[in-house]
Design a protein around this ligand. Structure first.
Ligand code: HAM
Length: 370
């Protein structure tokens, strides 16, 4: 459950998305990187964060016969940071801009748009802390969604502060919620202990009402975080990228600092298409030197579901212009050679060499629209 085959007729959607991601990201100087699908489970426990749902409930972990404790990657970011540290990318010109496309695994309850093996396109900018990097990441995903022809999506942004200012806010938030503990849902009572910021994006109606009156993180940012966020918003204005300030946006992963963002499509069932943010503490957590970084990932299945629901045509492969019909054993053998000669000339051709009669071959040609 929660996995699926990508059938031949679906491939055009994948090709379209992957082509556009490749084109736009390479044009902006991003380098492709692929990392293993499984890694030491500790990488994600530390990196994604011990208090996240992803690590606590959703990670596929297993012990090998040799006794190694491994996990199927539930996201790219810790793997990319590991690669950055392991290959000494600190000595490359900074920032290092990397992107990946591939499967990730989370043991979630399967439902529409929520799978256990799904695919992300993932961008990271490591080695520079300026607000413009956050904006570039947002702009690139904005361009990808636009280029795909998706309509009606929005961008939500927030800042959740840094190691300087967040602890104070956290305390104020806990104080606020403790007084209302009885009104919280079961999950939120537990979150209050482990991960209080997540109370802000609980979907339960009673928790939402409490969140609406909760102290807002924006009022408690330190000077640096405040200035950083202001620069992000001003740059988005300059680029004419519309956004919604969402003080309840906290994201589900532990490593974020300062700016966080999500692209969503609202509607009866809101769809989160992409999400990310700055993570200035993660490289150090994973054993590197303190290094600022930011990134974002989009869900390919979700993008495809929107392409379909908005009836967006993805370019069909061009039809063959020539159909090679053969009759008899000798001509069938000759056909293989002829086929290759024509293909070599750049002509798009089709055949049905396994068929004998002209009638059945013409039927195939008809079906292919030659
Ligand atoms: P995330 O928000 O966990 O972020 O996932 C990114 C995107 O993956 C989501 O916006 C959604 O489109 C898609 N997605 C998540 N879970 C599922 C699922 N079960 N089925 C289908 N699609 C899903 C991250 O993974 C971060 N690593 C992003 C990032 C990169 N932050 C910094 N750098």
């Amino acid at each position: 459950r929660g996995t699926f085959d990508i059938l031949p007729e679906e491939q055009k959607y994948w090709e379209r998305i992957i082509t556009i991601v490749n084109q736009i990201l390479t044009a902006y100087g991003f380098l492709a990187i692929d990392t293993p699908i499984f890694e030491n489970a500790l990488l994600f426990m530390r990196g994604t964060g011990p208090f996240t749902d992803v690590v606590q409930k959703e990670m596929y972990t297993f012990r090998t016969r040799g006794g190694d404790y491994l996990a199927l990657r539930p996201e790219f970011t810790p793997s990319i940071v590991r690669a950055y540290i392991e290959h000494g990318m600190k000595s490359w010109p900074q920032p290092v801009k990397l992107y990946s496309i591939g499967p990730v695994f989370r043991h979630e309850k399967p439902q529409a748009g929520r799978y256990r093996q799904f695919h992300q396109f993932n961008l990271e900018i490591i080695g520079e802390g300026g607000a413009l990097n956050d904006v570039l990441l947002i702009q690139l995903v904005f361009l990808i969604l636009k280029k795909l022809g998706i309509k009606g999506f929005n961008l939500q942004v927030n800042s959740i502060g840094c190691s300087q200012c967040r602890p104070d806010y956290r305390k104020i938030l806990i104080d606020y919620y403790r007084k209302q503990r009885k009104k919280l849902c079961r999950h939120c009572r537990e979150r209050l202990r482990l991960n209080p910021l997540r109370l802000l994006d609980c979907k339960e109606e009673k928790c939402r009402q409490l969140a609406n009156n909760a102290p807002q993180v924006i009022d408690y940012l330190c000077e640096e975080c405040h200035g950083h966020f202001k620069e992000v918003l001003e740059s988005l204005d300059e680029l004419d990228i519309p956004y919604i300030l969402n003080s309840h946006l906290v994201r589900g992963l532990d490593y974020y600092t300062k700016t966080v963002f999500e692209f969503r499509l609202e509607g009866q069932n809101p769809i989160e298409l992409a999400g990310g943010g700055r993570y200035d503490g993660l490289i150090e957590i994973l054993g590197g030197k303190s290094t600022p970084a930011a990134g974002i990932a989009g869900g390919i299945e979700r993008v495809i579901s929107v392409l379909k629901s908005q009836d967006i045509k993805v370019s069909q492969e061009s039809l063959p212009r020539i159909f090679l019909v053969q009759l008899g054993e000798l001509s069938r053998r000759r056909s293989l050679k002829l086929f290759e000669e024509l293909r070599n000339k750049g002509l798009k051709i089709a055949e049905a060499l396994s068929k004998d009669s002209i009638k059945s071959q013409l039927k195939v040609a008809d079906k292919l629209g030659v």
